[in-house]
Design a protein. Structure first.
Length: 571
């Protein structure tokens, strides 16, 4: 392909809305162009990368036995009402009506449609297991689209769904997808880590997110170097250190005028935040509950919601706090709240805690020498893991220290159970001809997001560094003297010889200065650059350089040896 024939426009200026490198580079190098907030056009270079990522995804899905289908983007509301998600998806789902007044969603995902589909096709256990997938555009009404393709309103996603005869059988389908995902990301040149994720009602270890580590990532992940444990912060747990048995003095009330936050009271009393008890009033499905954690910790609301078995938890408003405890926020604590029936749940870190400081349930007062076992009325079963883990916490598996890293989620595998198949009565007949509900798994890969994640993980100050497998072109031949027939001849024969080997080649035949060509080639990030020019040919041959190597690794070889030298550098 000749550069001059392609719609490539590199930009000198960074886009104003780019907060992360991959977004900046992707736009500057001419892969995508913003059409509107959260909406992008894929230009020829971007389309080539997107197609290559899709090809890898397709090959690995097929290899794992999944069957490709494609379902409509426009999905009737009835499907979503059957699962209950027409309401629960909230304002993040795009909705519209046709001229007849029928309402539809622009698909953000397709569990409903695929379950309804398979329910109609599968009759017998003999047709199972079955895994289907599609690569289809998805939509989400982002409040604040940002980070380019990472958080856009429209994105390309591969979604797969497995159907099995039982929960046990579903494990094998899950494993097959898990392995396929590892291969997909590896083939895309990405280092992606499987991370345990929140499983909702299913429990167990059957939900993994695949994350690409990046400082710009939106998600926190707890890692243990010791045993390889990795979990996202919604799910990650820690080992709690044992508390001392030493007896503590009698409980005592202390005036703390004007000090509201833990930091303020901590400064006022000259005691570290960890000695405090943070007591918060939450409303869980309409009912107040007090949640206590160590003073320097934060409540994990996902864990709290699961522990309480609630659909929704949120912080109570000031009036509810006052009614439940007798004090305003900042003076609330677990000893004798005004509402004696108020349930108090505590993080395991407070089990057996002594000598703590907590709000006194009286404005501008705290209590000290609090002994949880002695002074509070908390049921044994109301101690649970309720906090967000942090850097330096102890790994529950091996006792090592955990670190918190940032990640970009590029994939998710999830054992769903029967949530959708029950709602849609998607049943099969077992060998006794009895109806049984199918067990489902769902598996997503953000295809457009993966493309950007590669850039986020692989770039330098000069631009993108594409892995060969998903590069728009693997080789860029910089033809420095497009008016010299001898140089043109060498460039052309090199181009054909490489293309015969299945290598994608672009020849920069523009009448530009060498410096401009090199800069553009580095910005776009072709894995191998070959320089063909009059002067070089007269003094030894063509120059070959890998994008990821520095200048000193450049080699000059005679044209006849160039193909071999290029191929070996792409391997
Ligand atoms: Zn560990």
């Amino acid at each position: 392909m000749k550069w001059s024939k392609l719609l490539i426009q590199t930009l000198r200026e960074d886009p104003g809305d780019a907060e992360i490198d991959s977004h900046r580079l992707m736009v500057r190098a001419g892969f995508v162009r913003k059409a509107s907030g959260g909406l992008y056009t894929y230009l020829p270079l971007g389309m080539r990368v997107l197609n290559k990522v899709q090809r890898i995804v397709r090959e690995e899905m097929d290899r794992a036995g999944a069957q490709e289908i494609v379902m409509p983007i426009l999905q009737p509301s009835e499907l979503w009402k059957t699962s209950g998600r027409w309401d629960s998806m909230g304002p993040g789902m795009f909705r519209l009506e046709d001229r007849g007044g029928h309402s539809f969603a622009l698909s953000p995902t397709a569990e409903e449609m695929v379950t309804s589909l398979l329910g109609g096709i599968v009759n017998s256990y003999r047709q199972l297991p079955a895994t289907v997938y599609q690569i289809q555009w998805k939509f989400r009404d982002e409040i604040r689209p940002r980070f380019g393709l990472m958080r856009s309103k429209e994105f390309l996603m591969k979604d797969a769904y497995s159907f099995d005869v039982s929960l046990d059988a579903a494990d094998a389908s899950y494993e097959a997808m898990f392995e396929a995902y590892k291969r997909i990301f590896e083939r895309c040149g990405l280092k992606a880590y499987p991370v345990e994720a929140d499983t909702g009602d299913i429990g167990g270890k059957f939900s993994h997110e695949f994350h690409v580590l990046a400082d710009s990532g939106e998600d926190g992940i707890a890692f243990c170097e010791g045993c390889g444990y990795a979990a996202n912060l919604e799910k990650a747990s820690r080992k709690v250190s044992a508390r001392s048995d030493a007896p503590c003095a009698e409980i005592e009330m202390v005036p703390t005028p004007g000090a509201k936050t833990i930091d303020e009271v901590s400064a006022f009393m000259g005691v570290p935040a960890a000695a405090f008890v943070k007591s918060l009033i939450y409303v869980a499905d309409g009912k107040c509950v007090m949640v206590c954690v160590e003073g320097d910790r934060d409540v994990n609301e996902v864990k709290l919601r699961h522990f309480l078995g609630a659909k929704k938890v949120e912080l109570a408003d000031p009036a509810a706090v006052l009614a439940a405890t007798g004090a305003n926020a900042g003076s609330v604590g677990p000893v004798k709240p005004a509402d004696s029936s108020l349930r108090i749940v505590c993080d395991l870190g407070l089990k057996g805690a002594k000598g703590c400081i907590a709000g006194a349930n009286k404005d501008d007062h705290h209590i000290k020498n609090l002994d949880f076992d002695r002074d509070c009325n908390i049921t044994e079963g109301d101690y649970a893991d309720l906090v967000i883990v942090r850097d330096g916490d102890i790994c529950a598996t091996c006792g090592g220290k955990m670190t918190i890293r940032r990640g970009i989620e590029v994939g998710h595998v999830f054992k769903l159970g029967t949530k959708y198949t029950s709602a849609f009565k998607a049943v099969y007949k077992n060998d006794s001809l009895e109806d049984r509900v199918m067990v489902m798994g769902c598996y997503g890969i953000g295809v457009s997001r993966t493309m950007q994640a590669v850039i986020e993980q692989s770039h330098d100050a000069n631009g993108i560094i594409w892995p060969s497998s998903v590069a728009p072109y693997q080789v860029c031949i910089c033809l420095l003297d497009p008016d010299d027939p001898a140089a043109v001849e060498v460039a052309q024969s090199l181009e054909s010889a490489l293309e015969e080997k299945g290598i994608d080649v672009i020849v920069d035949d523009r009448a530009e200065r060498p410096g401009v060509k090199f800069k553009d080639a580095d910005l776009i990030g072709f894995p191998v650059r070959v320089v063909v020019g009059t002067r070089g040919l007269s003094s030894g041959g063509v120059e070959i350089k890998r994008r990821r190597d520095d200048k000193s690794a450049t080699v000059t070889v005679p044209p006849a040896e160039a193909v071999e030298a290029i191929v070996s550098r792409l391997a």
